[in-house]
Ligand binder design. Structure first.
Ligand code: ZN
Length: 308
């Protein structure tokens, strides 16, 4: 019979060994196979060190995969936070429409599905295109002493045109009582040769230009001018329009950037204007006006003259 102390130690070791085997089983590896690996010298270092190394490797891989997956979210949020900081202006600008000097607010981008920072004048609500049109007027003297028909007028620019002393100023909008006349631009109910100047900003991308342009040409006097502005993708030789993409709001947003747009003009917009008889000139602001007045770089005002 073994001495009592040896018997107690043996029982204790047996219990530890059992507990160790249970732990190994929970990790999904049989005690026997582990023993074989120990016996064959697979483990050169202590088992605990091996396991720690394995866990570290796994954690490091998980960390890398997580970082890779989160990267676009982080970048997008970082840009979003930066844009949110500038929602109400980054740089002081000047409004060519109302004379305001200070920060402009963010507003929708007419060429892309996003925000334009420093776009909206908080005083007169003018956008980049309105301020560009005013600069064009200062350069070409478009409005003074003219009989003007203004399609889809917006407040700031409307006030500006009135301040320029036109001989007559008539506003029109299709299906609205907010303007002087209710006119369908595709079938204008006015006599031919009626007006000196037509202002048509961001309208042609909403309607059939093949119907509207001949009508605009018709109602102008000889020597009259159509001032037209529209989003243009200069890198596209041909206008993109596709009737099959017009059936749903989502499709119009996806392809034309706005729920009620029906095309994106390419650089051939000039050919379309010329095709009805206009002589087409264009105005583009450069620096320092672009940054001073918060304009869209490269945006055009098409000044289309009906020949005499
Ligand atoms: Zn303004």
């Amino acid at each position: 019979m073994l001495p009592r102390r040896i018997s107690q130690r043996s029982a204790l070791e047996s219990e530890r060994s059992l507990s160790h085997r249970r732990k190994i089983r929970r990790r999904g590896e049989s005690t026997h196979s582990l023993w074989l690996r120990v016996r064959d010298g697979v483990f050169k270092r202590p088992l605990l060190g091996q396991l720690r190394e394995y866990v570290d490797e796994q954690m490091s891989g998980m960390r890398e995969r997580l970082v890779h997956r989160l990267r676009p979210y982080v970048r997008s949020m970082r840009y979003g936070i930066r844009a949110a900081r500038y929602l109400f202006g980054k740089f002081p600008r000047e409004c060519s429409v109302c004379g305001y000097h200070g920060r402009f607010f963010a507003y929708g981008n007419p060429l892309g599905f996003g925000l334009n920072l420093d776009a909206l004048c908080p005083k007169c609500l003018s956008l980049e295109r309105h301020r560009l049109l005013v600069l064009c007027d200062k350069d070409r003297n478009l409005f003074a002493n003219k009989e003007i028909l203004h399609f889809a007028p917006e407040d700031g620019i409307s006030t500006y045109i009135r301040s320029r002393g036109p001989r007559r100023y008539i506003t029109c909008e299709y299906g609205s009582s907010n303007a002087d006349l209710d006119i369908n631009i595709e079938a204008i109910n006015l006599p031919s040769g009626e007006v000196d100047l037509i202002v048509c900003c961001h309208v042609l991308e909403h309607v059939s230009d093949s119907k509207a342009l001949p009508e605009l040409f018709r109602i102008l006097r000889a020597g009259g001018v159509l001032v037209a502005m529209t989003p243009v993708i200069e890198g596209w030789a041909r206008t993109f329009e596709d009737d099959t993409k017009l059936s749903t709001i989502d499709n119009r947003l996806l392809y034309f950037n706005q729920h009620d747009h029906v095309r994106f003009f390419g650089s051939d917009v000039r050919d379309r204007l010329k095709s009805v008889g206009f002589a087409v000139d264009e105005y583009t602001a450069t620096e320092p006006e672009v940054s001073k007045y918060g304009l869209i770089r490269g945006e055009k005002v098409f000044v289309c003259k009906k020949p005499i």
